[in-house]
Design a protein around this ligand. Structure first.
Ligand SMILES: [Zn+2]
Ligand SMILES: [Zn+2]
Length: 376
């Protein structure tokens, strides 16, 4: 196994920030969306694996001590198992996917082929429950698709694109130009064939020589569990078809997680406000509470104070790209009735004198506490 520190090019005493910065820089260089060289994918996976271990204080401590990642079952990736590409992409998306959006990270690509089709952005809205389980969506796309009549070439029936006469098929023209420093040769795209090297004498009648037509198709996308708003998934080559057989653009699926009526999300953790009655707070109670993983039993201890938080471990949100789940924090709110019926009024009145005398666990009654608080 290679050394994780070496992989990221950081010292063994690197800070968490150093590690994050080093990973981001290298991962952007080798991200398969940007780098199409053969070893880029393997390198990207190795970087993500190193980052996954070194960015987690517990796993890093384990690695420093034993020279390996914690064994499987420790809430992370297994011992010497290597992560696969989708894990790696998820790790990257989790920590950097929402930083500045797609355009900020990858900028305009294109660059090379003028015929390349446009990227298509779609937004998928998910409920909190779908984020917990992961989701599969069929997306109906109305965008350019290849023309079936000419098989994308743009050439009319029975004809083929022919080499451009102006540039001899190279797509480039050289022109002598003169500047104050002397004469030099300028190379630019051929204007007759727009740099393609071929021209179409008889354009296809269906697409008028474009090689693509307006079309509609359905793309299915798997959304991993644990995503957040502003994460995105790139489906390469699933965007608009290119002109005359040029490469297709990408489909970029932007994630939007809908707000939830019950739960508030804070990273991997969830919060739930739970009203309880006076008697339940005083006597304790066993309640059933909702979680995105199904109903759970919650023990309210007797004497619970309003505002106390009871933690349900592992009942929060799954962590994107990791085998870990956050907690559900239940905040207890003691509910005061706004109106009382006669019976309730009688019972509370009967209770009142006892509140004054009854000592609490720490030997104080409500009234002594109140007097203290008021400085009396
Ligand atoms: Zn056509
Ligand atoms: Zn040409």
């Amino acid at each position: 196994m290679s050394d994780y520190y070496q992989t990221l090019g950081v010292f063994r005493d690197a800070t968490a920030d150093d590690i994050k910065r080093a990973y981001r820089k290298l991962a952007m260089e080798y991200h398969p969306d940007r780098n199409s060289s053969e070893d880029a994918e393997a390198k990207f996976k190795a970087l993500s694996e190193a980052y996954q271990i070194l960015s987690d204080p517990d796993k890093r401590a384990h690695y420093d001590r034993f020279g390996s990642a914690p064994a499987a079952g420790g809430g992370g990736f297994g011992g010497f198992e290597h992560i696969d590409l989708s894990d790696a992409l998820n790790i990257f998306m989790r920590d950097f996917g929402g930083m500045s959006g797609f355009d900020g990270i990858f900028g305009g690509r294109g660059g090379g082929d003028m015929r390349r089709g446009q990227d298509v952005k779609v937004t998928v809205r998910l409920s909190l429950n779908e984020v917990v389980t992961g989701a599969k969506r069929s997306i109906k796309l109305k965008t350019m698709g290849p023309c079936a009549t000419c098989a994308g070439s743009g050439a009319g029936k029975g004809t083929k694109p022919v080499p451009c006469g102006s540039c001899g098929g190279s797509g480039e023209v050289r022109r002598a130009a003169r500047s104050v420093f002397g004469q030099f040769v300028q190379v630019g795209p051929c204007s007759s064939c727009r740099g393609e090297g071929t021209v179409i004498r008889t354009p296809c009648e269906v697409c008028r020589g474009e090689g693509r037509i307006k079309s509609e198709r359905t793309v299915s996308v798997d959304i991993p569990k644990g995503v957040s708003t502003q994460n995105y998934i790139t489906l390469r080559g699933q965007g608009a078809a290119g002109q005359r057989g040029g490469p297709a653009g990408d489909l970029i699926v932007m994630i939007e997680v809908k707000g939830d009526d019950q739960f508030t999300r804070d990273g991997d953790d969830l919060w739930l406000e739970l009203p309880v009655a006076f008697s339940q707070a005083a006597l304790g109670a066993t309640l059933t509470v909702p979680t995105p993983h199904g109903d759970e039993t919650l023990e309210i201890p007797s004497g619970v104070q309003s505002g106390s938080v009871i933690k349900l471990r592992g009942k929060g949100m799954p962590r994107l790209g990791a085998n870990a789940v956050g907690n559900l924090n239940v905040r207890v709110r003691v509910w005061t009735p706004k109106s009382l019926n006669d019976e309730q009024r009688r019972l509370f009145a009967e209770l009142a004198p006892h509140e004054e005398s009854g000592p609490d666990q720490d030997g104080q009654s409500f009234w002594t506490k109140l007097k203290e608080a008021l400085g009396a």
